[in-house]
Design a protein around this ligand. Structure first.
Ligand code: HEC
Length: 287
């Protein structure tokens, strides 16, 4: 029952992401170069929510490849599907304010920011009924080393990162309460974020590799869990959109189409679904 609910929730998030942010994914696939600095019609004029420069380095306390839950968390962190409807509509993800877990110092929404890099989250722009009637933008904090920064929040002082993350999603952005494994994935990712000073060795990680992304799909495919597969494949398609270049555009578009085909075939024709998955692997992993 609980698992079913979780899946239902995910289906809803997936669908919401599909309808509302589908065009961002397409925009990313079609216009890789203008992905930086593009603004959208849902925001007051003069707002800046997209990075105009490449994101800051991502500093992780691991020198191994990122996989499993933490990789899923990284994709979620970058996905507009995670926050409430308003955030989805303006294409906002955790990474819009905390790119690579650091700070977007130029982030600015007219009427909600005082200086660039600040934002008023207690405003019903984000979630109906949470207006505190005070214009109180606060600086966006860096999440580098965040796992060691308890208590969390300027006004609230919540003791755990899990509690604060749920609070951010539900109370501030009006998102649905995150399913347990989604919250865990986000935390697993954020717990890897380090400050430069905190570690001797750190990696400035490359974007997730295709083999790692495919690794996220094989388990739900094996278990024939269509909703989990669909949920993860949307996140992966978004990631492919971020990694697209003129040189690999054709390959990644084909990969995205194959992923959609597997989702469609999984229940009715699992043999075909497996065959397409093998084709997808060959396509993405070839040099
Ligand atoms: C619109 C910008 C914005 C977005 C989007 C956003 N945050 Fe934040 N975040 C902030 C601001 C501003 C604060 C400071 C809040 C406070 O102190 O009460 C904050 C604080 C935090 C903190 C606490 C940091 C600390 O050291 O106390 C965490 C953890 C966090 N955010 C995680 C997330 C996650 C996870 C997401 C996506 C689900 C997210 N944020 C999306 C602006 C944003």
């Amino acid at each position: 029952m609980a698992a079913q609910q979780t899946n239902l929730q995910k289906m809803k998030i997936t669908r919401q992401a599909f309808y509302l942010s589908g065009f961002f994914i397409l925009a990313a696939i079609n216009q890789p170069i203008s992905a930086y600095g593009q603004e959208n019609i849902w925001l007051p004029p003069g707002s800046t929510t997209m990075l105009s420069t490449p994101p800051p380095p991502e500093i992780l306390n691991t020198n191994t490849k990122m996989n499993g839950s933490a990789l899923l968390g990284k994709l979620l962190f970058n996905s507009p599907a995670l926050l409430g409807e308003k955030a989805v509509r303006i294409g906002l993800s955790c990474a819009s304010c905390h790119p690579s877990g650091h700070v977007h110092t130029s982030f600015y929404i007219s009427g909600l920011s005082s200086d660039p890099g600040t934002i008023d989250l207690t405003n019903d722009f984000w979630k109906a009924g949470q207006e505190d009637n005070i214009f109180n933008p606060i600086p966006i904090p860096s999440l580098r080393g965040v796992s060691k920064n308890a208590p969390y929040g300027t006004a609230l002082n919540l003791p755990s990162l899990a509690a604060f993350t749920s609070h951010v999603m539900i109370d501030e952005f009006g998102a649905k309460p995150p399913a347990e494994d989604i919250l865990k994935a986000l935390l697993d990712y954020m717990e890897l974020l380090e400050t430069e000073q905190a570690v001797n060795k750190y990696v400035h990680v490359k974007p997730p590799q295709f083999s790692e992304l495919l690794g996220l799909l094989s388990n739900p495919l094996k278990r024939q869990d269509v909703s989990e597969f669909a949920f993860r494949s949307d996140l992966i398609k978004e990631e492919l959109g971020r990694q697209v270049t003129p040189a690999n555009k054709e390959k990644l578009t084909q990969a995205a189409q194959n992923i959609s085909k597997i989702t469609r075939k999984m229940t009715k024709d699992p043999v075909m679904a497996n065959r397409v998955f093998i084709k997808l692997k060959e396509l993405l992993l070839e040099e």
